[in-house]
Write a protein that binds this ligand. Structure first.
Ligand code: UD1
Length: 376
């Protein structure tokens, strides 16, 4: 059986690393021949190359070099180039992860060619259609033939959207597979901070900040309000802030780049996976608008404040260490005070976030492919 695995953006690399590892090491009901396609949505060394190296992802067989652009341009470029790949390779199915533009672009091309679509991390819903990823999730799941989910709420979302139960498998979380595989290779926070000239923070304590959601950074007013809150928090605890390229551009455009230069803020370029893992593991808390970091902090048992109005990952709140703060300054500051006074929320690790999700997926996938891969 020939399978095309697609990656495009940073969080995809983390998830696909676990799946590729399981595909090459698990004995399957049918031989699966993998062709790795990189759409090129993320292309910088910091956002791309170092993840391949650290996570042991093989060189992609095919690179589409789609790059950046508006949503329409990026999605359409990937579609045009991916169609040619499918014509050349003629796979039996494609394997997709997550909710980025590369995911929906490739799902749509494959489904129209009646090539089976397999989606890992299906069914997550924020309920917020202003979020580009939510549209990508809804549409990708409608086009998918086999759907693997990370938490039980996702099964209910899919059922509500009319997706037959027999296409859906609760497999666990491949992002946590990767985290557990590499936990021992994490670069100690002290080392990353020392390299940034902020060595003493490793002992004194710090919070990690990441921001890149369009709703938080693309609007100058929203970004400026968030920066004001962060500025206040930095008086209580120093902030270590690996800055996403989108956010750096937005800070510059809004004339807010001075925030990155103040003494209690350590601004860093986007970090490698091992560096970020070590930095999060030793943090007093993490303040973020990322999806994956809500899950990683839950797995690490580190308190997380999510500066969004909603989350597609409710299990991180119900069972994990995550708190949804919204973007109201008073609420965020109160949550920070709670953490500094009490140590913050203690959670437990959700069911099937045990490091074996990818093995379960590969075992199921090979049985399913062997049985003909379902019928539409
Ligand atoms: C994308 C995903 C988001 C994911 C995030 C992880 C979509 C809709 N969004 O958002 O779900 O959480 O990746 O990082 O797919 N840029 C660079 N270098 C790069 C890549 C991007 O400088 O290697 C800059 C470009 O100016 C680009 C901007 O960052 O315009 C945004 O990149 P893009 O891929 O459009 O979306 P992200 O914000 O990274």
């Amino acid at each position: 059986v020939k399978l095309v695995a697609v990656v495009g953006a940073r969080p995809n690399f983390v998830k696909m690393a676990a799946l590729l590892r399981a595909l090459s090491s698990t004995s399957t009901a049918v031989a699966i021949d993998v062709v790795l396609v990189h759409t090129g949505q993320h292309y910088d060394v910091a956002m791309n190359t170092q993840f391949f190296a650290q996570l042991g992802i093989p060189e992609p067989d095919i690179c589409l070099q789609a790059g950046s652009g508006s949503h329409a341009v990026q999605t359409a470029t990937i579609m045009l180039r991916f169609e040619r790949v499918l014509d050349q390779v003629a796979p039996d199915c494609i394997l997709l992860v997550g909710d980025v533009n590369s995911t929906i672009a490739c799902a749509l091309v494959a489904a129209k060619k009646q090539i089976k679509v397999v989606h890992v991390e299906a069914g997550l819903r924020s309920g917020d259609r202003a979020m580009p990823e939510e549209l990508n999730r809804l549409l990708t799941d409608q086009l998918s033939d086999r759907l693997y989910v990370t938490e039980p709420a996702a099964c209910l979302n899919l059922r509500r959207e009319g997706i037959p139960d027999d296409r859906v498998v609760f497999s666990g979380n491949v992002m946590i597979d990767t985290l557990l595989t590499h936990r021992d290779r994490a670069v100690p926070a002290a080392q990353t901070l020392a390299a940034a000239g902020a060595g003493p923070l490793a002992e004194a304590g710090y919070a990690v900040v990441t921001l890149h959601r369009p709703s938080n950074v693309d609007d100058g007013g929203a970004l400026s309000r968030l920066v004001q809150v962060l500025d206040q928090i930095a008086h209580d605890i120093p902030l270590v802030f690996p800055v996403h390229p989108r956010t750096r551009q937005a800070l510059q455009a809004a004339g807010l780049q001075g925030f990155l230069d103040q003494p209690d803020v350590v601004a860093l370029a986007p970090l490698g996976y091992f560096e970020m893992l070590g930095l999060m593991a030793d943090a007093t808390f993490v303040l973020t608008d990322s999806g994956g970091i809500q899950e990683e902090t839950t797995a690490l048992g580190v308190p997380c404040l999510t500066v969004r109005e909603n989350t597609e990952r409710p299990v991180t709140i119900e069972q994990g260490t995550n708190t949804l703060t919204g973007t109201d300054a008073r609420v965020i500051r109160q949550c920070v005070r709670d953490i500094l006074e009490t140590g913050g929320k203690r959670g437990r690790v959700p069911e099937k976030w045990d490091g074996h999700a990818a093995e379960r997926i590969v075992a199921d996938l090979s049985r399913w492919l062997c049985a003909g891969g379902g019928s539409r």
